[in-house]
Design a protein around this ligand. Structure first.
Ligand SMILES: C[S@@+](CC[C@H](N)C(=O)[O-])C[C@H]1O[C@@H](n2cnc3c(N)ncnc32)[C@H](O)[C@@H]1O
Length: 472
């Protein structure tokens, strides 16, 4: 049993902090959702607790192992592509030991280290006994609550690289700038990277009637999926090795297969993929500049190809991204963009002219507003899916309101993450509010029953027409 006797206080039972989980932990699931963890990538869980994450990852075909001083003290400590240090630092009462754990975990990470901790404001601390720089709980465990910027600083210090915020209390540090750039670009693309887009772009069976096309159906699907995703045809090294093996088996060259793919690709989907990719790259570049992302000077070979293909040259690309930044610095242009968005049914303007939008629809906003939201994401990372965002370019703030149940006609906000872009500060508040214009915020149809319910309730409660969120 690992209890830690402390000279100036009682024994701390660190292992008691490990919960049994039936789902992946938040950091692991964020990395799976953003494609960092996938089959073929190895994961090491440093301080793995009862090992539930490891079971979940292994079941999905990811090579995963872990070590824990209490639950798996004899397990091998090994290097891996991705290392997770999940909610470990916050249970250690000794500052030096925290640094050691962080440094060891980083030393094991070949590509990236993800660090998560409990964050100030996440849970109430009333009734807990202050101890060192944290609290002792009634179960004899220690908890330190970090500020978002404090965690960023600690991870930056240990890894020597500027980490990327994944969510409140969760940062990922990449070893190679190319990996960080790939990750940032994929994340900034948001929901458009979903596999559903691929599925709809697949050639239908009826289109695959020519014998060659039948023989190389799997390589064709891979090539068309790439094309519909990126708005250009792939280079040889951008396709999985299985594609080359299959083409070699059928004695078909890649250029012949690419020509065949051009015949079956949906032209409209291909063109709109090119438009989408151009905009994704511009938003990405503008955010790189704004956030002073150090890895920006080292884009991956694949991104360089995208830039050349969609913009002609790096210089033209940089100039267009600069234009985005000028627009961002001008509140009247952002305000116009917000009015246009609300008119298109993308969110609601509130009584102060701020745009409130469903977190799931942010990716549909015009580039400048996506950049604005992206600045907030730089400080907090992702909040998960169930939240609404409020953009306030005049005060230079972005607030993210987490929803308890998005299906309810009047969803309740449980807590708010307010990002003050001017002071570069993140404030978390446990204030309950109610979303009273869900129909506008979620873009529901004009004839929806929801609108009627909102009208009735507004009349009964006497809320102003523009009010979007009311305090409870
Ligand atoms: C809150 S649990 C988190 C477990 C798991 N990572 C998760 O997210 O479910 C904290 C774990 O950290 C482990 N731990 C405590 N001190 C540690 C240290 N110095 N190095 C690594 N792990 C440690 C504890 O044994 C405990 O299992």
């Amino acid at each position: 049993m690992t209890s830690h006797g402390i000279a100036d206080g009682p024994a701390v039972a660190r292992h008691r902090t490990a919960m049994v989980r039936y789902h992946l932990s938040q950091p692991m699931s964020l990395l799976v959702r953003t494609g960092v963890i996938r089959p073929g990538v190895s994961v090491f869980d440093y301080g793995c607790g009862q090992g539930d994450d490891l079971r979940g990852l292994t079941a999905a075909g990811v090579e995963a192992s872990g070590w824990d001083p209490h639950f798996a003290p004899d397990a091998a400590i090994t290097q891996a592509d991705i290392v997770n240090l999940g909610f470990v630092l916050n249970v250690i009462e000794d500052e030096r030991e925290r640094s050691t754990a962080l440094e060891r975990a980083w030393a094991l990470a070949n590509r990236a280290l993800v660090v998560s901790v409990m964050i100030v404001g996440a849970v109430p601390v009333d009734g807990l006994k202050p101890f060192r720089d944290g609290y002792l709980t009634s179960r004899g465990t220690f908890q330190k609550y970090y500020q978002q910027n404090e965690l960023r600083g600690i991870v930056a210090h240990a890894t020597g690289s500027e980490p990327v915020a994944l969510a409140p209390g969760i940062f990922v540090a990449f070893r190679k700038p190319e990996d960080e750039q790939e990750f940032l670009l994929e994340r900034r693309r948001g929901r458009r990277a979903s596999t559903a887009a691929y599925a709809s772009a697949r050639p239908r069976a009826s289109q695959l009637t020519v014998p060659l096309i039948e023989r190389i159906q799997a390589p064709l699907e891979a090539i068309t999926a790439f094309a519909i995703d990126r708005g250009r045809m792939p280079h040889a090294d951008e396709l999985p090795s299985g594609v080359h093996d299959r083409l070699a088996q059928e004695r078909v060259s890649l250029s012949r297969a690419t020509d065949a793919a051009k015949d079956v690709i949906d032209e409209v989907a291909f063109r709109s993929a090119a438009v989408g990719r151009r905009e994704d790259l511009l938003v990405h570049q503008a955010l790189n500049v704004l956030n002073r992302t150090r890895s920006a000077s080292r884009p991956s070979a694949s991104i360089v190809r995208d830039i050349r293909h969609h913009f002609g040259s790096q210089q033209q690309f940089a100039e267009q991204a600069l234009e985005y930044l000028h627009a961002l610095a001008d509140p009247s242009r952002t305000a116009e963009g917000m009015v246009r968005s609300a008119e298109k049914g993308l969110g609601a303007l509130d009584e102060d002219g701020r745009l409130v939008i469903d977190g799931e629809r942010v990716e549909q906003l015009e580039g400048v507003l996506r950049c604005y939201y992206g600045c907030a994401a730089f400080f907090v990372g992702e909040l998960g899916q169930d939240h609404v965002a409020r953009l306030d370019p005049v005060r230079r703030q972005v607030s993210l309101f987490r929803l308890e149940d998005r299906r309810s006609p009047f969803p309740v906000v449980t807590d708010t993450v307010m990002v003050d872009l001017k002071r570069q500060n993140v404030i978390i508040r446990n204030e309950r509010r109610m979303l009273v214009r869900k129909a506008d915020v979620f873009g529901l149809s004009n004839r929806s029953r929801q609108r009627g319910a909102e009208r009735d309730r507004r009349a009964a409660e006497g809320w102003a027409k523009e009010k979007v969120l009311v305090r409870l």
